[in-house]
Design a binder for this molecule. Structure first.
Ligand SMILES: *Cc1c(COP(=O)(O)O)cnc(C)c1O
Length: 392
């Protein structure tokens, strides 16, 4: 197969669809159907029932698989459905080691459903493999990592983890949501599975919920596909189409959002009301070099600590262009308060150890003009507490 650049794959996948379609439609159709007729006894068009397989979803899965250099990709109705499907690979008694700084929903999944299903887990700084090694047990089956992590932007060395996982017979699962396949490819670095919340950079417009599991081998693809078919968390044809459309501009969005994030991170570093900025694109970030060695960029997510809790609360209440909302990765810039939003279900002592405190804010930098974003933050930092939106 002709090998294509990422920008081209975002738009065409690895196949030129319009040349196969009898109408030469340029946009892939939405096959909004639950079921497909059989051409004869024991004969199928290849499509029987949409929970199992649907052309629009298949087109999307092939596109994401191409971008992730994966053997296969299975599209789910949310990122959490995708992560849950990965956890269905395990059996009662199995043990998993996870990055300590993790998307809050995944921590909740492990501590509730995972526990009920007999899984045990330990959380560790996966940037320190000696500490991970000390947690190994005979029943350890997997290493689950996020890099950069949410929300502290910690970097884990994926090649070193892959080597460690291979040596100890573990599956390496990497959540690649924060950088997207445009900037990082965990499977190419040795991971067995890469998971995505497609609700973030992949769909990119803050308008769709979706998830993906990308796999390194046919065996894993078959297992994940059977789990999806059996548990039923498939992505609908229409949402598949929305994500396909979003991915067409993934390359240009990531480039511009990252450029904006770099400007904002440097600007925040100079702000007297900001105590610390966590962005792997800054040379001051402890994971800067490892990130640069395994990713093609630092992405568009920034976390920062303000001088006081009062400042953090004031910023959240006074931003106007930036929206105070959960989620990330879309065209609109969003600001989040991890302690009370995304990470409220993470036990307090774990939050404190990680630095998820009352002064920590997480910013997803969108596609607005960078100077307008800075001006919005400036007025939010400087405004008199208690001011109202009509004043400016
Ligand atoms: C949002 C997110 C998820 C969960 O995805 P949903 O699509 O919201 O279910 C998982 N991991 C990371 C890093 C996320 O940001």
């Amino acid at each position: 197969m002709m090998s294509r650049h990422l920008e081209t794959q975002c738009i065409h996948g690895n196949q030129d669809f319009s040349w196969q379609d009898p109408t030469r439609a340029v946009s892939f159709p939405i096959y909004q159907t639950a079921t497909f007729g059989h051409i004869g006894l024991g004969q199928s068009t290849g499509f029987d029932y949409t929970r199992e397989k649907n052309p629009t979803r298949q087109r999307l899965e092939e596109t994401v698989a191409a971008l992730e250099q994966a053997n296969g990709t299975v599209a789910f109705s949310s990122g959490m459905a995708a992560v849950s499907a990965c956890f269905e690979l395990f059996s009662p008694g199995d043990h998993i080691i996870c990055s300590e700084d993790l998307y809050g929903g995944v921590t909740r999944l492990i501590n509730t459903v995972g526990k009920k299903n007999g899984l045990t887990a330990d959380f560790a700084d996966t940037g320190d493999l000696e500490r991970v090694e000390a947690l190994l047990r005979p029943e350890t089956r997997a290493l689950y990592v996020e890099t950069p992590s949410n929300p502290m932007m910690e970097i884990t060395d994926l090649r070193a983890c892959a080597e460690f996982a291979k040596r100890h017979g573990l599956l390496l699962i990497a959540d690649n949501t924060f950088l997207s396949p445009y900037l990082q490819n965990p499977i190419a670095l040795g991971a067995d599975l890469a998971v995505h919340s497609g609700s973030k950079f992949l769909s990119g417009h803050n308008d769709t919920i979706a998830g993906f599991v990308c796999t390194a081998t046919q065996e894993l693809t078959d297992r994940i596909r059977l789990i999806e078919k059996t548990t039923g968390g498939c992505l609908s044809p229409f949402d598949s189409w929305l994500v396909l459309r979003g991915i067409k501009t993934l390359a240009v969005r990531m480039e511009r959002q990252q450029e904006n994030a770099g400007k904002l991170a440097r600007w925040l570093e100079q702000n007297p009301k900001v105590k610390r900025v966590y962005y792997p694109g800054l040379c001051s970030h402890p994971g800067h070099e490892i990130n640069a060695s395994q990713a093609r960029g630092a992405g568009a997510m920034i976390s920062f600590c303000t001088d006081t809790e009062q400042t953090a609360r004031q910023v959240l209440e006074r931003v106007r262009l930036i929206t105070f909302a959960e989620s990330l990765g879309g065209t609109e810039s969003l600001i989040t308060y991890p302690m009370v939003q995304t990470h409220a279900d993470v036990p307090k002592e774990q939050r404190d150890r990680l630095g998820i405190t009352e002064t920590l804010l997480r910013l997803s930098v969108g596609l607005e003009n960078a100077e307008d974003l800075m001006a919005d933050l400036e007025q939010a930092f400087d405004g008199e507490p208690g001011g109202t939106a009509d004043e400016v």
